[in-house]
Design a protein around this ligand. Structure first.
Ligand SMILES: *[C@@H]1O[C@H](CO)[C@@H](O)[C@H](O)[C@H]1NC(C)=O
Ligand SMILES: *[C@@H]1O[C@H](CO)[C@@H](O)[C@H](O)[C@H]1NC(C)=O
Ligand SMILES: *[C@@H]1O[C@H](CO)[C@@H](O)[C@H](O)[C@H]1NC(C)=O
Length: 366
């Protein structure tokens, strides 16, 4: 800031020291403001991605355009060879023939579940699996409906693979709830995991009525879930926290960045947030079919949304917005007895809240 910038009418002829101090102070304030602004805009853009509501219909043309000839659709001739080698790091190797390393061939046939809980989890995260097994995953019969639980794992990374595999094998023999496929387990490969879940459901559990894909660090109220499902359609049904008109992130530092040349449209079609969504069991086969026509972006929930868009099947948004929660709901016995799913701050919370909720006595004050 220059001395000359001060108008002549200023009372004092400011000394160099005064101006220096003022400059410093102003810069500090500006810097603080700027930092805060970045922070706020980060949070804002995340919220934007999650829930931004736009007049979605205006985007329809753009989306159809990219799912059409030029955009994200596979040209059929490209299908046989190409898919197992994605062209960019923003796409994954799917469709592709993966093989099961561990499987539970007959559990669905024997148990005849109404609802299957499919939990994607990394191979080394035994702690999360045990938390689920001792909490909501332990509920096998809820309101007269059979519930089955499975974990979906990819392959551990090369380092220490044998040792890790040995442990998983033991765990599998102990619990019989692990499905493992031979793709490399990584964050960027979650879309593959989701599609392997669909393939597995379509092959080994097609007689179930519903499946829920739910992350291992979530709190789930199976009772509320079944309650909702008892009144839900049994075909073409997918629900959860449905994002409508979410903006595509063009910020390269974002966890969900997609460059324009990979994904030209500026908005996603509606999709159910990956933390937990429920589908009717006719959908896995349809989604697998749809996936053959849509390039597999690495953001798994978005990819399912794209397949749903391709299939022209609308998503079901819950009228009660408190059922599925992206922001962790502070524990409250009454509220937790009604919600279906919420994120948690820790596995310990997940376990404690579940135990507390299961204690006898009324959930809500009269
Ligand atoms: C599904 O039900 C049909 C008819 O009841 C039966 O033949 C088939 O084995 C069942 N499939 C599975 C995977 O349980
Ligand atoms: C995804 O899995 C495939 C198949 O195992 C593997 O070739 C690829 O390197 C993995 N990608 C990432 C980013 O981990
Ligand atoms: C879902 O439906 C509810 C109630 O009908 C509405 O308030 C909410 O905005 C909808 N959510 C989205 C993402 O459109």
């Amino acid at each position: 800031m220059m001395k000359t910038k001060f108008p002549g009418s200023i009372r004092c002829r400011c000394s160099l020291l005064q101006v220096g101090f003022l400059t410093l102070l102003t810069s500090a304030v500006l810097l603080l403001y700027y930092v805060k602004l970045i922070e706020v805009s980060k949070i804002w853009s995340e919220m934007d991605r999650i829930m931004k509501k736009t007049t979605f219909t205006t985007e329809t043309a753009a989306l159809n355009g990219y799912l059409g000839a030029s955009g994200l659709q596979w040209t059929p001739s490209a299908l046989p060879g190409k898919p197992c080698q994605p062209e960019t790091t923003y796409l994954v190797a799917y469709p592709c023939k993966y093989h099961y390393i561990l499987n539970e061939l007959e559990r669905c046939q024997n148990e005849k579940p109404f609802l299957v809980l499919m939990v994607p989890v990394t191979p080394n995260n035994r702690e999360a699996r045990d938390a689920v097994r001792t909490t909501w995953g332990s509920e096998k019969m809820v309101m007269d409906k059979v519930v089955s639980l499975f974990f979906l794992l990819g392959q551990p990374g090369h380092e220490g693979r044998e040792e890790m595999q040995q442990k998983i094998l033991q765990e599998s023999e102990e619990h019989h709830d692990i499905i493992q496929s031979d793709f490399l387990d990584s964050y960027k490969n979650l879309t593959i995991k989701t599609m392997v879940i669909m393939e597995w459901l379509a092959t080994y559990c097609q007689n179930a009525t519903y499946a829920m894909k739910i992350d291992s660090d979530m709190f789930l109220n199976v009772n509320s879930l079944i309650n909702m499902l008892l009144q839900a359609p049994r075909k073409n049904f997918i629900t959860g926290l449905v994002a409508i008109g979410a903006a595509v992130s063009r910020d390269p530092s974002s966890k969900w960045y997609l460059p324009k040349d990979v994904f030209p449209a500026d908005f996603y079609p509606p999709y159910a947030l990956g933390l937990g969504y429920v589908i009717s069991l006719d959908l896995p086969n349809k989604l697998i079919e749809g996936a053959k026509h849509v390039k597999a972006v690495y953001i798994e929930d978005v990819f399912l949304g794209l397949c749903m868009w391709y299939l022209r099947i609308p998503l079901t948004n819950q009228t009660d917005q408190s059922l599925f929660n992206y922001f962790t709901v502070p524990y409250n016995r009454c509220r937790y007895s009604k919600l279906i799913a919420t994120t948690t701050h820790s596995l310990q919370d997940q376990v404690n809240f579940w135990k507390e909720l299961k204690k006898p006595g009324p959930h809500c004050q009269p």
